[in-house]
Design a protein around this ligand. Structure first.
Ligand SMILES: [Zn+2]
Length: 444
């Protein structure tokens, strides 16, 4: 098994920083073993600091991360290396979808549990963390539209326990931007007064207040990830997944830097077919009726894709819950048990419905990103910009569009697609948003 950071594509600076932190964390443990206080320095609120631009890439050395760190550095100079200097209790991994936020968080979790170094990939700590079975690593992957307060309270409680492996309790929260306000407050309390051996790793698209609350952000160190270049994505598809180089190259470009999406396109014929259907939209828009038809087709395709992805999990969960509740029991007390069971089933159905909605939105968003890529290609061609097209297989069609629409018309269409994404994100009913977009794409 290679090093735990091997799959974090095109993020060299972040890897250097995370390794340094893991080394510092290991030093804290050694110091603890040598009977020194095994506590980390907590990042205090960044006093008066403005929001750091997620793209500025200098987060790590930003003095706004609390005077405590500066004091630590000063202490090191005046003799005695403080092992906590490179490590802190709470982290946020930010970056565009597919840049590897959760990959980075998991790899860092493994590096913290590594018994040999900083993520060797070989030891039991690394292997169990990467395999998702480490007893002291908890992974929260929200399936629905939000992470609720109940889930978060339970998590915070468990995270406070002493690590069974003697190292760290690590909590990875994917899509921390989906925390409800109450869940965010529960998390904030834990981050403000963290148990000495607990580390929180949050993943979010950015540190914008829409994604993560100002107070949580002020307590965390930010690791900004960038959209990995297509060449780096293609390289990992070839090396890790054994995909043929030409297919990997094409998929990496078509996925626009989204590693997981590139792998799906390279491997899954259904994903390729769905993408082709989406890219056929521009030439099908011949009138108002056609625009509405295209909208229906896009929505229904997203629904079908989402249903395929969640149905199996739904059925398994329901069966497991019914078994656990002893459905069909007839003994004394069975009626009371069934009343409780009905509540639990209702709760499960609610969760599943939320997950299905999320899956539909994700599927639709993938389609919109593909479509945006097409109009972006038309725009760059109209401007004669020297950049490679996103969709090599529809480049000729985009070129024809560029001639017909010119740069302005191409840009208006690209903006219509982006506006549709934004509207859906802001909870506009997907069908309404997609119909409006299709009409705009037709009319220009
Ligand atoms: Zn290891």
């Amino acid at each position: 098994m290679p090093d735990v950071f091997a799959d974090l594509v095109g993020q060299d600076e972040a890897v250097v920083e995370l390794r340094r932190a893991a080394a510092a964390a290991a030093a804290v443990l050694r110091a603890g073993a040598a009977d020194r206080a095994p506590a980390l320095i907590t990042a205090g609120p960044a006093s008066g600091a403005e929001f750091a631009d997620p793209d500025d890439g200098v987060e790590f050395t930003d003095p706004a991360h609390g005077a405590e760190f500066a004091e630590v550095d000063g202490g090191a100079e005046s003799g005695g290396v403080d092992p906590a200097a490179g490590m802190t209790h709470a982290w946020i991994f930010t970056g565009p979808p597919g840049s590897g936020r959760s990959v980075a968080a998991r790899a860092f979790a493994a590096a913290l549990q590594c018994v040999h170094g900083t993520g060797c990939g070989e030891c039991p700590g690394c292997r169990t963390t990467m395999g998702g079975t480490h007893a002291d690593v908890r992974l929260v992957v929200p399936e629905g539209l939000s992470i609720g307060v109940g889930e978060m309270r339970a998590l915070v409680l468990r995270a406070a326990s002493t690590p069974s492996g003697g190292r760290w309790q690590v909590v990875v929260i994917e899509d921390a931007d989906r925390l409800t306000e109450a869940a965010g407050n529960a998390l904030l309390k834990a981050i403000e007064e963290p148990p000495p051996r607990t580390v929180f790793l949050l993943c979010a698209p950015s540190t914008h207040p829409d994604d993560i609350s100002v107070t949580i952000r002020s307590r965390c160190r930010v690791v900004p990830l960038r959209q990995p270049p297509a060449d780096a994505v293609a390289e990992v598809l070839v090396r890790r997944d054994g995909i043929a180089p030409d297919v990997a190259q094409w998929a990496a470009a078509a996925a626009q830097g989204h590693v997981g999406r590139a792998r799906r396109l390279a491997r899954d014929p259904e994903a390729r077919k769905r993408r082709e259907a989406v890219l056929a939209v521009p030439r099908r828009l011949t009138g108002v009726g056609a625009a509405f038809d295209a909208a229906s087709a896009l929505i229904e395709a997203a629904e079908a894709e989402a249903e395929a992805s969640v149905t199996e999990a739904d059925t398994t969960e329901r069966a497991a819950l019914e078994t656990a509740l002893g459905a069909g029991g007839t003994g004394r007390g069975a009626a009371g048990a069934m009343r409780g069971a009905a509540g639990q089933l209702k709760e499960l159905e609610k969760r599943q419905k939320s997950r299905a909605t999320r899956a539909q939105r994700d599927a639709l968003d993938r389609a919109l990103v593909d479509l945006a890529g097409f109009y972006r290609d038309a725009l760059t061609m109209a401007l004669r910009a020297p950049v490679a097209p996103v969709h090599t297989d529809t480049a000729a069609l985009a070129g024809a569009g560029a001639q017909k629409w010119d740069a302005e018309g191409s840009l208006r269409r690209l903006e219509a697609v982006l506006a549709c994404r934004a509207a859906i994100e802001a909870n506009v009913k997907p069908r309404i948003a997609v119909e409006a977009m299709m009409l705009a794409l037709w009319k220009g």
